[in-house]
Design a protein around this ligand. Structure first.
Ligand code: ATP
Length: 451
């Protein structure tokens, strides 16, 4: 047997197994050597080796024997570590894969190459989640287990998880990192049950060094999948293997999740990705513009456009990204520069959908709650500082977050004159810079109102 011969035999296998199977499983394996009746193949991952061994070994052996009748067995191994860890490899006379500590990384779900730490923009709302992800990605001793990341739609959970996986693969190539969605976990579990391959399933999941499960809320209400997840989780924690989980909400708030699973998920570090603030959105837009420029060299974005988008689209980062992509594509198509006019034309639907409908009443209510004063006192005539300051904060927010004019705002604040409102807004603008507490109050209130 030679490599060339294997190339020819492979073509025969293509006919037997079909193009899909061929591309996924046969093409990635390379013939390495034939020694004492054992044909050894290089495989990129142990997972692939196991799979080929279980599903195609007979076919491959049959083809090989037609070339060399002395070949009795097949052997699949990940190249760099194969010699050092012979036990890690899979051979045909071991039906159950022996992967006590599998070498090579194995990721069932493909990782998005763009989701790295380099492309993740850090701001106040996500800095803790980012720091925790960075720590785990160092691959050092396990300090918190699991790392539980949660947050609303499109706030970067998947991005951070992929970034961890990329980084670990680079830093610790020998580490077995398994990333998959909770849905895929369930799918593989059900498949293993159906094919009576639970031993293999357990073996694979319990031999990983790092397990990452995305969108874990998916398994809520799915009894046996939860059960299996719980056991897998415990087995890995017992071995001190790192687990990273993401979900759309905190463990305690996932409905139909068993209490024991909840409490397990809570016992490590739970960090949330907060809704983005204006600064983070602007930072993300600036970074995405750099990436878009690679696709559309020469297209410039006029000053003010990004600020406008960061202000107006506060739903989630995915929508923000989509808007920018559309803007660039549209501008290059019609040969116009990216300015405010084009933005309004091209994104009118997105802008309409995310139009804020915050009312003056809402602002007044939130602000009086925040400062713990009565609504009537805030709107009323009292000039005490403890009422006047919150009143000015509320006026400022009304100016910034609604389309009401100064006289209209004045009317809603007990019939005050528009110059009073103007003075209030100016005063808060000054205090925002001088007084950290006011700046923080404004940020909190703005966030609460925009939710
Ligand atoms: N801080 C950030 N910096 C750069 N890009 C970001 C950031 N946060 C989110 N994104 C981008 O926004 C998009 C959505 O992020 P991602 O898929 O990670 O969200 P998610 O939280 O997993 O959402 P879902 O709940 O829908 O699964 C991705 O393209 C991602 O790259």
């Amino acid at each position: 047997m030679t490599k060339e011969k294997w190339g020819q035999l492979r073509q025969r296998l293509l006919k037997t197994v079909g193009q899909n199977n061929y591309t996924n499983w046969i093409e990635p394996i390379e013939f390495r050597a034939n020694e004492e009746g054992i044909a050894t193949f290089d495989v990129p991952t142990n997972f692939l080796g196991n799979y080929v061994n279980q599903n195609f070994a007979d076919l491959i052996l049959h083809e090989l024997k037609s070339e060399d009748p002395n070949i009795r067995r097949l052997h699949f191994a990940v190249p760099a570590l194969a010699a050092a860890h012979r036990t890690n490899a899979v051979t045909t006379d071991k039906p159950v894969p022996t992967t006590p500590k599998t070498s090579g990384s194995m990721a069932t779900a493909p990782l998005d190459r763009r989701f790295t730490f380099d492309t993740f923009v850090v701001g106040k709302p996500n800095e803790l989640a980012h720091a925790a992800a960075r720590r785990v990605a160092e691959g050092g001793p396990v300090t918190f287990n699991p790392l539980f990341l949660y947050g609303g739609v499109g706030l970067g959970k998947t991005h951070l998880m992929h970034a961890i996986a990329h980084e670990l693969r680079q830093r610790k190539p020998g580490m077995n990192v398994l990333y998959l969605s909770a849905e895929q976990f369930m799918y593989r579990f059900v498949q293993a049950l159906r094919d009576r391959k639970m031993m293999d399933f357990k073996e694979i999941f319990r031999s990983v060094d790092v397990l990452m499960v995305d969108d874990v809320q998916f398994i809520a209400g799915k009894g046996s999948t939860q059960e299996e997840f719980f056991h897998t989780f415990n087995a890995l924690v017992d071995q001190n293997k790192q687990i990273i989980i993401s979900a759309d909400r905190a463990p305690g708030e996932i409905k139909d999740l068993e209490d024991r699973v909840k409490s397990r998920l809570q016992c490590g570090l739970v960090v949330d990705l907060h809704p983005t603030d204006y600064e983070l959105r602007l930072g993300i837009l600036q970074s995405k513009v750099e990436q878009q420029r690679l696709n559309y060299p020469g297209l410039e974005v006029e000053a003010g456009v990004l600020e406008f988008l960061a202000h107006r689209i506060s739903t989630n980062v995915r929508v923000l990204e989509g808007a920018l992509t559309r803007l660039f594509a549209f501008a290059s198509l019609v040969g116009r520069e990216i300015n405010m006019d084009l933005t309004q034309d091209c994104l009118s639907d997105v802008l309409r959908a995310s139009e804020r409908k915050i009312t003056v009443e809402e602002i007044q209510r939130k602000v009086s709650d925040h400062y713990n004063i009565r609504l009537s006192d805030m709107i009323g005539p009292k000039r005490l500082r403890s009422y006047a300051r919150p009143r000015q904060v509320a006026m400022y927010l009304c100016k910034k977050l609604t389309s009401r004019s100064l006289p209209e705002i004045g009317r809603r604040f007990g019939g005050r004159d528009h110059t009073t409102v103007m003075h209030g807004v100016k005063r808060i603008e000054e205090l925002k810079i001088q007084d950290g507490q006011i700046a923080e109050d404004l940020e909190l209130l703005r966030r609460a109102l925009e939710e």
